[in-house]
Ligand binder design. Structure first.
Ligand code: B12
Length: 609
């Protein structure tokens, strides 16, 4: 157990492994997030896992394979994985769109390290654990939304011996191949011992494992270093299409109520972020889910500090003047995110998100604008329960109405996206499609894995609705985007050049989709391959911010990083932490291992019982 070698390597896969070689038109599936269509962002929980285990002396390295592949066309995944020598490989299959890339990485890990166990984890791994464990390249699945402690027990067992049957949340195989599903019993009510994500680990790891590219969350993060904080694990809402709803958490993670991070812990993390970043901090989930008192306490604590960064709040319910006036007193600058999904009250009610009148929505917007909000992002979606084509595209009329009502206020920003690529497994709509107006086209993990290699995003979709075919979903998505661009042009939010670019891109996307459909009719063979290859550069271009002008989603940043003095102090603190961990934690583990080896015990062999 060498002092500096990694015990556990966490690999983050690209969505589709061979995206650099083959033609895929991912379309607008990643239009509303910072990642590219390769979905190079890794689950924030990888940093909490790494930090938790490192504090106990284990070395944990994150390798963002997806990011490395995107930034370097020559990056040789096999060579890099072959060089690694951990005791355990971890691969996240958190988001189902990684189903293809995750399995391919597992195959590579096994090809070069047949004796090293490969463990999977995340939302989709937990959901599909039974199917996943049957793949020959997967040895274990760690289920649950809080895997830090069970993983510590697993690593101890792998390094020092012990039975796997007592490790909570673990699905594993005995040497004879029998699958064992341990109880999903580690579901902590408090997660205050964790910073989610753990930025201190991320920074420390850059020096420790000598790679910045491995922990960068998305391609242009250095230019646009926005950060986020998770305010809870779990949710109190039951949005029909969400795989992270209360229903889904109960079903997938055995969690009956959310674990909220305390206001103290959140404020502490905000102050830490301020030390290294000047960019906005996005607070994930509506803090009011934890109750009015919880929210008020957070604001009170925030008011006592000198907050410099802009904070972005998510609204799951309407808000009044009181809400905004307290925020204004606590922070210098704030923005809002509201995922309306539809402008129609009836559809919102059927989906279960922002179930309120449009008047309440507009009063909320008015309150925010009056109280100096920096900007409000409103999101609409194509493909929600029972929505028709017309209802989807007409959200643009509602956006026009809002701009008229609020005198063309440019702080109002509108976005639309399709429900894509997948209806989330574990969501109410995935589990009971007919009840929510869906026809589910794929169910198993293997079906989704294969679907991801389809050439265009239309064919990847795992559903259609009773009111919209997959063609309708694609067309409605593009038409809504065209209409929104028109509205933005009319109100001077988008200039003519940007507008024309959006139009040109959408028209080219539509032509490409049609051409792909024609190619799909051809038999396998040279002509098919050639015509697909000819589309390669077009489809790549059509997969980056198809629906809106580039950078529309970004908040203007005045200062990217922390001030030099603060950053220097932070770096010194990180150095001291590293020295402490090495001297008091790592060395202890190494000596224990040496002692066991000298006494002739071979822990690895004993652990698989
Ligand atoms: C925050 C969030 C985001 C953030 C991502 C932040 C991040 N880097 O993690 C943003 C906004 C960027 C985002 C984007 C997307 N998201 Co999202 N997101 C969420 C949200 C709101 C919270 C997730 C959460 O609570 N995580 C905390 C816990 C559960 O996870 P964690 O701490 O990261 O990891 C722990 C465990 O999951 C596990 N684990 C995770 N990975 C691994 C790996 C190993 C080896 C092991 C052992 C364990 C393990 O252990 C960790 C530590 O305990 C959920 C909805 C919800 N209410 O839950 C949706 C949700 C997870 N997202 C979802 C989706 C579909 C997406 C997108 C694909 C959407 C899209 N088309 O653009 C993208 C993918 C982004 C990418 N990879 O590039 C779906 C996933 C459904 C599914 N099964 O696939 C969800 C459930 C709901 C939804 N529709 O939004 N998302």
């Amino acid at each position: 157990m060498p002092l500096f070698a990694a015990d556990f390597v966490l690999l983050h896969p690209p969505s589709v492994y061979d995206f650099r070689r083959n033609e895929f038109m991912f379309g607008p599936t990643s239009d509303l997030i910072p990642s590219t269509p390769v979905f190079e962002m890794y689950p924030m929980g990888l940093t909490t896992i790494a930090d938790y285990l490192e504090k106990e002396g284990f070395n944990v390295e994150i390798v963002n394979v997806a990011h490395r592949m995107v930034i370097d066309p020559e990056y040789d995944v096999e060579r890099e994985i072959a060089k690694l020598k951990p005791a355990l490989f971890g691969i996240d299959l958190h988001w189902l769109p990684h189903a293809h890339g995750a399995i391919e990485l597992a195959k590579i890990a096994k090809r070069y390290h047949s004796d090293t166990p490969v463990i999977f984890g995340g939302f989709s791994s937990s959901y599909y654990q039974r199917e996943l464990i049957d793949y020959p390249w997967v040895d274990m699945v760690m289920r649950g939304d809080s895997t830090e402690e069970p993983l510590l027990q697993l690593l101890r067992s792998l390094r020092f011996g012990g039975s796997l049957s007592s490790i909570p949340n673990l699905t594993w195989k005995k040497p004879d191949g029998t699958v064992v599903v341990n109880e999903l019993s580690h579901v902590p009510e408090s997660i205050d011992n964790l910073s989610i994500p753990n930025y201190l680990y991320t920074m420390r790891s850059v020096f420790k494992y000598r790679s910045l590219a491995n922990v960068i969350p998305y391609v242009d993060w250095l230019d646009y270093p926005i950060t986020a904080l998770l305010t809870s694990r779990g949710c109190t809402l039951n949005c029909a299409i969400c795989g992270g709803s209360e229903f889904a958490y109960q079903r997938i993670f055995n969690r009956s109520k959310p674990a909220f991070r305390s206001p103290q812990a959140l404020v502490k993390d905000i102050l830490l972020i301020q030390e290294f970043s000047g960019a906005p901090i996005f607070l994930i989930h509506d803090l009011r889910q934890g109750g009015e008192e919880h929210f008020q306490r957070f604001i009170d604590l925030l008011s006592k500090e000198r907050i410099e960064n802009e904070l972005i709040f998510e609204l799951f319910y309407p808000a009044g003047n009181d809400y905004f006036s307290v925020i204004t007193k606590a922070v210098p600058k704030f923005s809002l995110e509201m995922t309306l999904e539809s402008h129609l009250e009836e559809l919102r009610e059927r989906n279960g998100k922002l179930v309120c009148s449009n008047e309440e929505i507009e009063t909320t917007l008015e309150g925010a604008l009056k109280n100096g909000v920096n900007r409000i992002d409103l999101f609409f979606m194509v493909g929600i329960p029972w929505q028709t084509y017309r209802q989807a595209v007409e959200c643009s009329d509602y956006c026009r109405h809002l701009l008229e009502r609020f005198h063309g206020d440019r702080r109002l920003c509108f976005f639309n996206a399709p429900l894509a690529p997948f209806l989330d497994p574990g969501s109410l709509a995935f589990e009971s499609p007919e009840e929510y107006g869906y026809r589910r086209l794929r169910s198993t993990l293997e079906e989704h894995r294969q679907a991801l290699t389809a050439v265009s995003w239309k064919h990847v979709l795992n559903y259609e609705t009773v009111n919209m075919s997959r063609d309708d979903i694609v067309n409605a998505t593009y038409e809504t985007a065209l209409r929104l661009a028109e509205v933005k042009l009319d109100f001077g939010i988008m200039d003519r050049e940007a507008h024309d670019q959006v139009v040109a891109k959408i028209e080219a996307s539509r032509r490409a989709i049609d051409e792909i459909d024609r190619i799909a009719q051809l038999p396998e063979g040279a002509e098919r391959r050639e015509r697909l290859a000819a589309l390669k550069s077009t489809v790549e271009e059509m997969s980056v911010r198809t629906l809106g002008a580039k950078d529309e989603l970004k908040w203007p940043i005045t200062r990217r990083f922390g001030r030099t003095v603060q950053v220097s102090k932070l770096l010194f603190k990180l150095f001291l932490t590293e020295v402490y961990l090495l001297l008091f934690k790592r060395t202890k583990l190494s000596l224990k291992r040496l002692y066991l080896t000298l006494r002739g015990r071979r822990p690895e062999n004993q652990s698989r019982m």
